[in-house]
Design a protein around this ligand. Structure first.
Ligand code: AMP
Length: 355
């Protein structure tokens, strides 16, 4: 989607992906290779005016190496590195005065018991690095579950225990910063996850107040300024009453921002390309009420989806397997009532998620 957004801007994109079937291959020159392979990275980056990424699993050390050798890397490797470790990430956010989910680093079984003592139950034991879509997590409902959680994750590297947040809802805030320091923020998005996987996003988030929007925007501002960040940044948030806690930061375009393709004046993908290329940013307001539904493990019949009003269907060209995001559908409407009707009509033709 990022490479696709580059085309009308006249930007040539070369992508590195471990899979020869990567969807980016349809719209850009594709180099196939591991993302932590320095040679593959350098081969891909040769001749590029700027290097960017849309996955936080890219080796931060390798991007630092590119920078040292004269490449311009946007966003900066420091933000990428912070986002790769849940403890570093939460510590960096806390230092900026941003409220985060209470957490304690866990290095061994005894450390888990100490952390449980501090945070109480329920709590969530997570891998510090490499977890996504709810993978590498174990909910500890009571102290008696601690051993099972430990057995499950003990061999997955360093861990962190987080308080289980009884959130009212999950939100995300997506912002972009240009080379000149200009910052634009999209409206807060409400996200519904099941089994750790994003299912539906709604924007602007229902019952959003200007206070919530401004507070979330001020958190993104602080992070963007701290890293002198260039490009799109996402903060995933828990709303508990009137409190916003940051769960995670993603130094990239985000699934909860896919709605911006048809639902905002400028999409997250176009603005990321504009930012990293050093161009002025586009307006980020929503064009009405928008919902985005992920297709997980299965795709609907294209004709039944595309026949519905206000609907746009995206297929990623990925082989379906349980839990894999293989496409999404965006629904736009002039008002919330119309959106609810269109969403209900869409749900009626979608196959059940697989995974
Ligand atoms: P994460 O990989 O941290 O984004 O977690 C995936 C999903 O698991 C989140 O979107 C939440 O729905 C849930 N989750 C993660 N951490 C917590 C927590 N500390 N308290 C409650 N729910 C959580």
């Amino acid at each position: 989607m990022l490479a696709l957004a580059a085309i009308p801007l006249g930007v040539n994109v070369r992508c590195l992906d471990p899979s020869p079937d990567a969807p980016a291959g349809a719209v850009s020159e594709l180099t196939v290779g591991p993302l932590d392979d320095d040679l593959a990275l350098r081969a891909t980056a040769t001749g590029a005016e700027v290097v960017t990424f849309e996955w936080e699993g890219v080796s931060a050390a390798a991007t630092r190496g590119l920078e040292l050798d004269g490449w311009i890397v946007r966003p900066c490797p420091a933000a990428l590195a912070a986002s790769q470790d849940r403890v570093d990430e939460k510590s960096a956010l806390t230092a900026l005065g941003i409220p985060v989910t209470p957490f304690v680093a866990v290095d061994d079984h005894a450390g888990l018991l100490v952390a449980l003592d501090q945070l109480g139950t329920p709590a969530v034991l997570k891998t510090r690095r490499g977890g996504y879509d709810g993978k590498g997590q174990h909910v500890i409902h009571a102290d008696a579950d601690a051993d099972a959680a430990w057995k499950d994750l003990a061999n997955s590297g360093p861990l962190v225990l987080e308080a289980f947040v009884p959130f009212d809802r999950e939100l995300s805030i997506i912002a972009v910063r240009g080379v000149d320091g200009d910052v634009r923020t999209w409206p807060l998005t409400e996200n519904v996850h099941r089994d750790g996987i994003l299912r539906i996003s709604r924007a602007p988030a229902p019952d959003m107040t200007s206070d919530l929007q401004e507070r979330a925007a001020s958190y993104t501002h602080a992070v963007l300024e701290h890293f002198e960040y260039v490009g799109v940044l996402t903060l995933e948030l828990f709303q508990v009453g009137n409190t916003l806690l940051v769960n995670e930061m993603a130094p990239r375009v985000h699934n909860s921002g896919h709605w911006t393709i048809e639902g905002a004046v400028t999409s997250q993908f176009e603005n990321h390309m504009r930012a990293v290329a050093g161009w002025p940013l586009g307006e980020t307001s929503a064009r009405g009420e928008v919902a985005m539904v992920n297709c997980i493990g299965a795709l609907p019949n294209p004709s039944s989806v595309m026949g519905l009003p206000g609907v746009h269907f995206h297929r990623y060209g990925k082989a379906p397997r349980p839990g894999r995001k293989v496409g999404h559908v965006t629904v736009t409407a002039p008002d919330a009532h119309t959106l609810a009707g269109r969403l209900a009509a869409l749900q009626a033709v979608l196959p059940p998620d697989r995974g």
